[in-house]
Design a protein around this ligand. Structure first.
Ligand code: HEM
Length: 95
């Protein structure tokens, strides 16, 4: 991504560009559901966000939605907020 789009690049945990973030499988994502491991991850539009430090995602549960999966459709259809809620959380990988 270049030019104007650059300013929309999400924050990544390690400071490297999104395109260089590691690829994870759905099974690897599923382990970060807030139950099996300490880390809590949520995927949205191909990117995986680390929401471990959010008190709104404690134990992986957020208003009847579970972490450890791709919640693109759920956010776009059910959420009362925009994807800007991810602004505070770093991208740690790609799905
Ligand atoms: C019934 C569905 C949902 C409800 C009622 C809900 C409600 C809320 C509320 C009230 C907040 C805090 C205020 C705000 O930022 O607007 C919030 C934050 C957030 N939501 Fe949702 N949400 C829903 C679905 C989702 C889904 C499907 C996702 C993930 C794709 C998501 C991701 C987040 C994130 C990452 C935050 C920020 C948490 C923080 O700042 O600690 N939400 N949500």
């Amino acid at each position: 991504m270049e030019g104007l789009e650059e300013s929309f690049e999400p924050v990544t945990a390690d400071g490297r560009p999104v395109a260089e973030q590691p690829l994870y499988t759905r099974s690897q994502l599923a382990l970060r559901n807030g139950q099996d491991r300490d880390e809590i991850w949520v995927a949205y539009r191909g990117l995986i966000y680390d929401v471990t430090r959010s008190r709104l995602w404690k134990r992986g549960n957020h208003y009847e939605h579970w972490a450890g999966q791709d919640l693109t459709r759920e956010l776009d259809q059910d959420a009362p907020h925009t994807p800007n809620v991810f602004d505070r959380f770093p991208v740690i990988g790609r799905l």
